[in-house]
Every structure is written in structure tokens, then in C-alpha cells.
Design a protein around this ligand. Structure first.
Ligand SMILES: Nc1ncnc2c1ncn2[C@@H]1O[C@H](COP(=O)(O)OP(=O)(O)OP(=O)(O)O)[C@@H](O)[C@H]1O
Length: 523
């Protein structure tokens, strides 16, 4: 491994002093001091809504602070926009990539650069940087053909071409397999060896312990602690973030044996809905009452297409391909499936799971109007009941919000996730299909959501969790199957499986997938 040039006593590269950010009367950042030194990987930790994104948006010029100053190499600077940040030497790799699928790597990168170069010169530069930092990429590849890990490399190379001295990374490993995450850590190593600093937001505390030199911990917009994460346990870091000990999951009750099948998928095949989507091929699975089944896989292998087929957002012609409680429903829409007792939580919470400009009390109606649930009085919406329901969900799932009934778009990502999942679990559905249940959610909130999923299963529901987070799958699922290029492997009991074994299956390097046999263990 390359030697980091991090020295705890070197003068800060970036020093934010007394940063406060008000949204109306709400203080999202409250007098934050943050010093980032050359060559260090500096973790920015905090529970959902702690103010991490607000702070990094200020450092990258997307938001302006209400109060406070920023020193760059000791000199006061204003960062009115991201292009000023980039000129200073601050780069950012976002969690959601902004690449054009139909264009090549070099075409995408050219779009982001202000100075015009010939394509061939740029392609050579991309190759040099790829080689230097361990980011293998072919400049001529079309983005649509790349894996998620490769797409992230494009974002990183794009950022490196602007010679940053500080790179901000927002949950960079949440979309990667364990093997791809290891490759990313090698790149980070090489960056820090050259003196580049990294501000690293992550809810994955084991990885923070492994790679970060320093951590600043935020709670309610303030810095509550700083530490060397390598000297702390993950549990201690979680406690510092949340302020109380994070409870361990309990699934004392094993999954019940010989229960009835509640969700059944038989030989489900669907063509790709558009040229960049994945066709589903002969998918078969069963989830029984009392059981949590996990579907692992690298993003973009058909998870979204499978979710749409199971939820009825994209019904298929063969009714028998999907059955809920023994009743064929493959050709039915989402409302009809909800009336059969099923609930669905999509991956994209803003815009798909919730409408940003609607209040939470209106958002509860989106998925529950069809099933009644006491929200209608004489066929007319009862706003008091909707508010009561929204309050109940917020209390049970610890949704933190500035006002009693805010617009969904003003919640932090993790808090909105808790709300959307809580709204569906509150219905006590017989079948729940949920995609990425704890994406962007802090350790405390992830434990609440995962426990709620286990409890719902043990009360007799069948739960299907589609997740890229292997630790999550191993923690809560009784069985796991891996989706790859629209095929689903037979499922296996999770007990005894390691994350490396599933990671290899996800990357297509494990046993040859046998989905075409059309069988799935679900006993
Ligand atoms: N544009 C906005 N208007 C009103 N409130 C906002 C706005 N942006 C953020 N907030 C509030 O500021 C607080 C901090 O949000 P922020 O997104 O910075 O948290 P975070 O630590 O990044 O959380 P997460 O881990 O969930 O992404 C939250 O309570 C959020 O509701």
C-alpha cells in the first residue's frame, strides 16, 4: 500500500470556521469548525439530518453559509459556485452519477471540462490518470455498457482531471461490491500518497475505521466530537453519532417452518422496456410467511425491472407469473396488488416513493387511498386521520423534521427513507417488496428499519428485500438469491454464507449461474 502523506500537525488545507446555515429559522449547521489537512482521509459522520450534506454543499459552493468563513491554504475565500470550488482545487464525486448513457467515457468527460482539447488528447490523459490511480477504463466505452463501479471510476477520473487537492465523496461505496470497494480504497491510497485530501461521508463505520485518518462527528448541526476512527470501535462511533447506544438486532425467533407461500414468482420473463434496461429471464422465487428473502446484486442487473414487475408498475401478460397469497396477479397494476395486501417501497424515495412538494400527511395517501385504512370518511378524505397516521409513522420510525407536517422534499434523505418505509410497514402488509431499505440511513435508523422488517416477517408476512448492501442482506435475510444480467440464481440459506461468497456471485465470478434451471430454494 502507498504511504499517506497525512500528518496530524500539518497546517489545514481547508479550514471552515463557525459555519452556520439557516433554512428559515431552522439551523442545519450551527457554528461548525472543520479542518482538513493534506493527505488525510477525513470522515464526516453523523446521523440522518445531522447536517453533513448541507456542510459539503457549502464547501463545494452549492449553498452559501448564513455565517462563517472558509480558509483555503490559510487565505479567506468565498465559494459562490461549484466552478469556483473546482478552480480552487475542490472536487466532488456525487453519490448519484450524472453521466449520459448513450455517450462514451471520453465524450462524457469532455462535456464537464471547460478547456477544449481534442478527443484524442483527452483520451490519452484519461488513460494516464486511469493507470496512475488504479482506475481501469477504456475511454471509448459507452457508459450504458459499464458496471456501476466503472461508472464511478469515470466520475473520479473526471474529477481528477481538474487536479483537485481536496475531493469530497458522498457515500462512495454504497453502490459497490466488496471487491470494487477494495479497488476504490487502493485509489484513495494513491491519492493521499500524493498529498490529496479526501472528505469522506459514509454510514459504513467499519470502512471508516479501516481507511480514515480522522473523523468529525456532527449531531443536530453541531460538531460533537472528533477522533481517530482507527482507535475506536464501530459501536463507539455509532454511539458518538447518535448520542445513545445503537441497539443490536434481535431475531430470536427463527423463521417458521412449512408455512404457506405468500409471494410466488414463476418463470417470469419480460423484455427490456428501453434499450438501456435489462430483460428479465425466467425468474422463479418463492417467499413464505414469516420469511425475509434477500436479493443481492450489483446495481443495474435487473433489480429495478424486477421491482416494477413485482409491484405491478409494469404488469406482464402472464397472470400466473406473479401470485400473491395464491392468487395470480402478474397482469394487474399496483393498486390492485395493494388491495390484495401487498406493499411496495421503491429505491428512489423522492419523486417515486414520495412527492417532494406534498406535505407528509398528503404523502401517506399516495399508497393508502386504495385500501381505505380509515383515511376516507363517506368516500371523502379525512385530513385529521391522514395527519394522525403521518404522526404515528414519524413517531415509530423516529422521523426528524423541523415542523410538524413539512413537505417531503425538506426532509434529509435518511429521514425521508424512514418515513416512506414506515408508511408501508404501518399497514402490516401480508407481502412487502422493498428496494434498498436503508440506503443513506444512519446506523441507528438502519437498526430500527431492519428490526421492523424482521418483526413484520415473524408476525406472518413475507418480505422480499432487494439490496446492494451485503451486510444488510446477511443480517436480516433468511435466504438470499443473486440477480445478474436479469437472471436470478437459486436461493440459499444465508446462515454460513460469507459476504465474500455473495460478492463473488454478484460479480459473476462465483458458481456459474443456474437461473435457467428455473428453480429457487425457498424451503
Ligand atoms: N432546502 C432545505 N430546506 C429546509 N430544510 C432543509 C433543506 N435542506 C436540508 N434541510 C434540513 O437540514 C437538516 C440537515 O440536512 P442534511 O441533508 O444536511 O443532513 P445529512 O446529515 O446530510 O442527512 P442524511 O444522512 O440523511 O443525508 C435536515 O433536518 C433537513 O431537513
Amino acid at each position: 500500500m502507498a504511504q499517506s502523506r497525512h500528518r496530524p500537525d500539518s497546517p489545514p488545507l481547508l479550514h471552515a470556521i463557525g459555519i452556520t446555515k439557516l433554512f428559515g429559522s431552522f439551523k442545519a449547521n450551527d457554528g461548525i469548525d472543520l479542518a482538513i489537512r493534506p493527505g488525510e482521509i477525513h470522515a464526516l459522520l453523523g446521523e440522518n439530518g445531522a447536517g453533513k450534506s448541507t456542510l459539503v454543499k457549502i464547501l463545494y459552493g452549492v449553498l452559501q453559509p448564513t455565517e462563517g468563513r472558509i480558509l483555503w491554504k490559510g487565505q479567506p475565500v468565498g465559494i459562490p459556485n461549484p466552478s469556483t470550488a473546482r478552480k480552487l482545487g475542490v472536487g466532488m464525486v456525487f453519490q448519484h452519477f450524472s453521466l449520459f448513457e448513450a455517450l462514451t467515457v471520453v465524450e462524457n468527460i469532455a462535456l464537464a471540462l471547460s478547456d477544449r482539447k481534442s478527443r484524442s488528447a483527452l483520451a490519452r490523459e484519461i488513460e494516464t490518470i486511469s493507470l496512475e490511480y488504479g482506475l481501469p477504463l477504456n475511454p471509448c466505452s459507452v457508459i450504458a455498457d459499464l458496471s456501476v463501479g466503472e461508472r464511478q471510476r469515470v466520475e473520479i477520473v473526471r474529477c481528477l482531471l481538474q487536479n483537485p487537492e481536496l475531493i469530497i465523496m458522498d457515500e462512495p461505496t454504497s453502490v459497490l461490491t466488496p471487491q470494487e470497494a477494495d479497488d476504490l480504497f487502493v485509489t484513495l491510497d494513491r491519492l493521499t500518497a500524493r498529498g490529496c485530501a479526501v472528505l469522506y461521508i459514509s454510514h459504513r463505520l467499519e470502512e471508516v475505521k479501516r481507511i480514515c485518518h480522522h473523523a468529525t462527528i456532527l449531531r443536530h448541526g453541531k460538531v460533537v466530537s472528533e477522533c481517530d476512527p482507527q482507535k475506536e470501535t464501530a459501536a463507539k462511533l455509532a454511539t458518538m453519532m447518535v448520542g445513545v447506544e445503537v441497539r443490536k438486532l434481535s431475531s430470536d425467533l427463527p423463521p417458521p417452518q412449512n408455512t404457506r407461500t405468500r409471494l410466488s414468482v414463476q418463470n417470469l420473463s419480460m423484455p427490456q422496456p428501453h434499450p438501456f434496461a435489462v430483460a428479465l429471464s425466467n425468474i422463479t422465487l418463492e417467499v413464505k410467511a414469516g420469511e425475509v428473502m434477500g436479493i443481492a446484486g450489483i446495481a443495474g442487473n435487473g433489480q429495478g425491472e424486477l421491482f416494477d414487475a413485482l409491484s405491478g408498475e409494469r404488469p406482464c401478460h402472464a397472470a400466473n407469473s406473479v401470485s400473491i397469497d395464491g392468487k395470480p396477479c402478474g397482469d394487474m397494476g399496483v393498486t390492485a396488488r395493494r388491495r390484495m395486501g401487498a406493499a411496495f417501497v421503491p429505491e428512489e424515495r423522492l419523486g417515486h416513493g414520495a412527492v417532494p412538494r406534498m406535505r407528509l400527511s398528503d404523502n401517506v395517501l399516495l399508497t393508502r387511498h386504495a385500501t381505505g385504512d380509515g383515511l376516507l370518511r363517506g368516500g371523502v378524505l379525512n385530513p385529521d386521520a391522514a395527519r394522525e397516521l403521518s404522526d404515528r409513522v414519524s413517531r415509530s420510525f423516529d422521523v426528524r423534521k423541523g415542523t410538524p407536517d413539512p413537505e417531503a422534499g425538506s426532509l434529509s434523505g435518511g429521514n425521508l427513507q424512514k418515513f416512506v418505509i414506515g408508511r408501508e410497514i404501518d399497514r402490516q402488509p401480508g407481502v412487502l417488496v422493498v428496494s434498498q431499505p436503508t440506503w443513506g440511513v444512519d446506523a441507528g435508523a438502519a437498526a430500527i428499519i431492519r428490526q421492523a422488517l424482521i418483526d413484520l416477517a415473524r408476525s406472518g408476512s413475507a418480505i422480499l428485500v432487494i439490496s446492494q448492501d451485503l451486510d444488510e442482506v446477511l443480517e436480516i435475510a433468511d435466504h438470499v438469491a443473486v440477480i445478474s444480467k436479469g437472471h436470478l440464481s437459486p436461493s440459499r440459506p444465508t446462515s454460513g454464507l460469507t459476504r465474500e461468497e455473495i460478492g463473488l456471485l454478484m460479480g459473476g465470478m462465483g458458481e456459474p449461474h443456474s437461473a435457467d434451471r428455473g428453480t429457487a430454494y425457498a424451503g
